[in-house]
Structure formats: structure tokens, C-alpha cells
Design a protein. Structure first.
Lengths: 301, 301
């Protein structure tokens, strides 16, 4: 089933203890699309500048991502310069150049209006709501946000949360949005705002999924090398929504499996800089790691 | 089967965002014993001062803990003053008074020499080795340590690690001991020092168990209220070793179950100050929470 994503496409320059990369394709919509495309056809709504060339389009094309909704604007593409130090748990932003992203006004092509699965990447909640309202046929809508919007546009964010099914946040964002330090209580508060599912991303510590009457928690996949954590959260969302769109099953047991597929994809993403590992991936590797997650977490009662 | 613990008994004064408690019974051997006693008979080797009175002995007696190895020395019992702030992930020590613990020389009573399961709590590795050598019949020996000994007595610690089966550490300690930031690689290095099992405690993020050809990872139990994290690690060890001693099964699948029982006990411990919750616990609650852990982590392949 069709899966639509709206979010950023960027050129990232990243330094980690393992090396550096300059001006590589990144942004939430890129990581999401490349990951989700392993599971279902993906439609992308985003904006790029004049410096986004054929070579970059070919990256999306190689994964069958539909870029009819990828607008081209006068100016330069969004650029992010950041680094990770020490245990690499948090990015340090050196510079953000919004460029064409500053005036981004997402337009959903007519051909996308029947999209059943939707991921509203981390952009202005006003724009997220605008996109949501153009997709009345959406069966499942997930939203990502961040501290900047939680603090800066709380009322707009609440209006948008009221019309989505799933919210995907990291621990700190969940606590800030709920105004409660305890994560279990924070999830209860966030569910009252609208989303029936709260997905809390915990980086190397895994993910926790809060729904009406159950909690699912999965650890992170133990990796030998984490070279670049950039995009891990959006890659998680891509695997998560991709599996749901592929299966057409939004039951609680399948949401659990979806969060494992999300974790699998994120665990691959961080093994190399940028989209490198995700683009090289064989389908069989995904299924193998999914089963490894089972071995990692299984115990007999 | 008989389970011996050597470690500290202390009076703790603790302040957390949820309140405070003064001079309550604590210390690694206390938390371990009270937790492990739910599973198997426990023998304790530790030292207390003249201020340790009948009321305190009765606490151990109420759990059937054998205190024949609990030495009484002239002076005051070990005292720790600490507090937890914010997310309570780390204790801030306000004051440590070693008192009688400073001259602690563990003596293993003759009646304990046949102990099959042994937990060497976090004390000087020279003393841990001394105790280990007196227990040739031990079937499974686990050791806890900390940064203080890793930095201060690395050679003694290595000698002791060479003769134990399991080492229980937190993430930072594991990284420091191995001299490697990546946890999976750190476990490989630590296993080369002797222990065939490395248990990494991750606080609210759960636990990871590294053995020869498998890794098991369990998330933390989502709690509504964490009032006092003191003793969580030793309580984990108590449930872990207690289940192994009870079952007499040290296979990898049972080590997984043991780490869940450890997590169950730790999750109860932090719900109240000191030993409060552990002493009140009904056996049925332990089994219920064990099954809840299964529900928390299960997904269909």
C-alpha cells in the first residue's frame, strides 16, 4: 500500500570519531524513503534547491522512490553541519543553513491524495497539519517532532497531534511534550492529546511502544561499529511505517514487529556514513537481522 | 542449593526527589541477600559495628538469611550518605564513612565451605580472591566490581577475574575495564580475562548478557514511580544468582531467565526506599512480573 512521507532533504556534512563526510545526501525524508522503500512503494514530498542534481535524483530512483512531490526551488538545498563525539549519543550542530527549506510549503500532488500510510517528518506542525488535511483517505498517520516545535509552537503541535495515530519521539522530547519526567506517565499524557500509539526512540537502548493497554520494549541491536548515527530515527520510522504499509496490518502484534523492522533498518543505517549502508543492503540481510533480534530478546517462560 | 554472598552491610542515608530516609539498612550484601532469599537459602559474609542491633538482625532473619558469617567488630557500621537528582540515573555521594568496613577481612565459616553458588560483592579484589580460594566446591562464582578497583587495583582485579565465571558490571565499568568504548567489543575483551559470562547492567535501560556465542538483551521494566534506585544492581544480582541456585541450571537459556528474575527484583527494589518493597513482596508478585516481562518483550516472527 502507498506510503507518503513529507520532510526534509538535505546535504549533510558530518564528523564522527570514525571519520567524516561532506555534503552527502541526508535529511529526514531521504533516510525515511530509502529505508521504507525496502518494504513498500514510497512517495516523497520535500523541497530541494538548484544544487540538487541528476546524480541525487538517481539515488532515490534506484530505490524506486516516487519523487513527483519533490519540489525544486531557487536557491540552495538545506545544509546541516554537525559532529558526534565520545559515545555519539547526541549530535552537536555546527551550522544549519535552511536555504530553500525555510520557505518550504509542501504541495501534495494529486496522484498522492489516495495515500493510505503517511509519515509527517519533523517540520513545522502547521505544515504537518496542512498535509494531513489533504489526505482524508489516510489509514494510519505517524508524526515526528522535536524540542524546537514543542517549545516554540505548542498550540499548533497539539492541533496536529489531535489528528494523527502515532507519534514518534525520543525520550527527552516525550518528557518535554508531556511535562512529566516518568516515561510511562508521559506516554499516558501524550496519548490524551490524540495519538493512540506513542513510540519512544531510545537510541542505542532501543525503542518502547506505548499503546492503549500494552507496552512493548525492544533493546538496541548490539553493533560492533557505529560510524554515523545521523538519520537513525528517521530510518527507524521508515522501517516501521514501511512494514505496516507492506502488511496492511495495524494490529498491536504487528506494530511490535514493525518496531523491530524499524530497529533493524536503524541498526544498518548507523554502520556507515549517510545512506551508504541502506543503499547497499540485500533484502536477505533485513530478514536475517530481524531473526537475530528474536534470538537477542527471547527467553522461555 | 546454597548461595554465599560476601559484601558490605551499611546504614544508608538517602535523598531523592521523592523523599528521604536516614540510617536505613543497606549495602550490597543486604540487597543481594534479601532479594536472593526469595529463591534459595543465602549465607552472608560481611561485617557490622556495635550499632548493628537486634532489630537489624531480625530483618535478615525474617528472610531466613544465614548470618553466621556476619562478623561484628568494634566501632560503627559502614555509613553512606547520598542523593539522586533529576532522572536519578546516578548517585551523588555526599559522604562515605567506611568505619568497620575499612578493616574488613572476610572469614568464611566452616559451615559455608561447601557453597555451590557464590557472589563476590563489590569489595577489594584481594579480599574477593581470598574468599574465592576458600570455596573450591563452588560451581558458579559471580563478581561485581567498580571504577575504584578497576583504576586502583587493576592487577589484583585481573587475578580475581581469572577465577570467576560471571562478572556483573554497569556500562561505564565494562568500558573502563576493557579500555574499549563499544560494549560488544568490551565484552569480548572482558571474557578473555576469565569470566565466561559478562552481565552489563544498564539501569532503567535493562541488562545485556554476553556469553560465548550469544547475546541476550532485556529492556528495563517500565515503572510508574522510581523512588530510590539505591541497591538496584545488587538486587539484580540477588535475583539472578538466586534463580540459578534455585534451579541448579547454568545453561544459557536459564541464564537468560535468571537475568529476567534479576530485573524483576530490581524493578521492585526501586519502588520504595531501601529494602522496604523487597521485604514486603509476595512470591506471587515475582512470578506475575516475570510474566509481564515476557509480554513486554515478546513479538512474533
Amino acid at each position: 500500500m502507498s506510503l507518503l512521507v513529507v520532510g526534509s532533504v538535505a546535504f549533510d556534512s558530518v564528523r564522527t570519531p570514525y571519520g567524516e563526510a561532506e555534503g552527502i545526501l541526508g535529511g529526514a525524508a531521504s533516510y525515511f524513503s530509502v529505508a521504507a522503500s525496502r518494504f513498500a512503494p514510497v512517495r516523497m514530498v520535500a523541497v530541494v534547491g538548484e544544487d540538487f542534481n541528476e546524480e541525487h535524483f538517481r539515488i532515490f530512483a534506484s530505490r524506486g522512490v516516487d519523487t513527483a512531490g519533490l519540489q525544486r526551488a531557487a536557491g540552495r538545498t538545506f545544509r546541516w553541519y554537525g559532529e558526534y563525539v565520545g559515545d555519539m549519543n547526541e549530535a552537536r550542530t555546527i551550522e544549519t543553513q535552511l536555504n530553500v527549506f525555510e520557505q518550504f510549503s509542501p504541495r501534495v500532488p494529486d496522484a498522492y491524495l489516495d495515500s493510505s500510510y503517511v509519515f509527517l517528518g519533523n517540520i513545522d506542525p502547521v505544515l504537518q497539519l496542512h498535509v494531513r488535511q489533504q489526505l482524508p483517505k489516510a489509514r494510519l498517520v505517524a508524526l515526528d517532532s522535536m524540542n524546537y516545535w514543542i517549545r516554540g509552537k505548542p498550540e499548533d503541535l497539539r492541533r496536529t497531534l489531535a489528528v494523527v495515530d502515532i507519534v514518534v519521539l525520543n525520550e527527552g522530547e516525550a518528557r518535554m511534550l508531556a511535562g512529566v519526567a516518568n516515561l510511562k506517565k508521559a506516554a499516558v499524557e501524550i496519548r490524551k492529546l490524540g495519538p493512540r500509539i506513542v513510540v519512544v526512540k531510545r537510541g542505542e537502548h532501543g525503542v518502547t511502544l506505548f499503546s492503549e493497554d500494552s507496552i512493548f520494549s525492544a533493546p538496541g541491536y548490539p553493533l560492533d561499529d557505529v560510524r554515523d548515527p545521523t538519520g537513525a530515527g528517521d530510518t527507524f520510522a521508515g522501517g516501521f511505517m514501511g512494514h505496516l504499509a507492506r502488511s496492511g496490518d495495524v494490529s498491536e502484534p504487528n506494530l511490535r514487529r514493525a518496531s523491530i523492522y524499524g530497529s533493524v533498518m536503524a541498526s544498518f543505517a548507523v554502520e556507515e556514513f549517510g545512506l551508504g549502508r541502506l543503499l547497499q543492503l540485500e533484502s536477505q540481510e533485513i530478514e536475517t537481522r530481524f531473526r537475530e533480534f528474536k534470538q537477542l530478546t527471547h527467553f522461555d517462560v
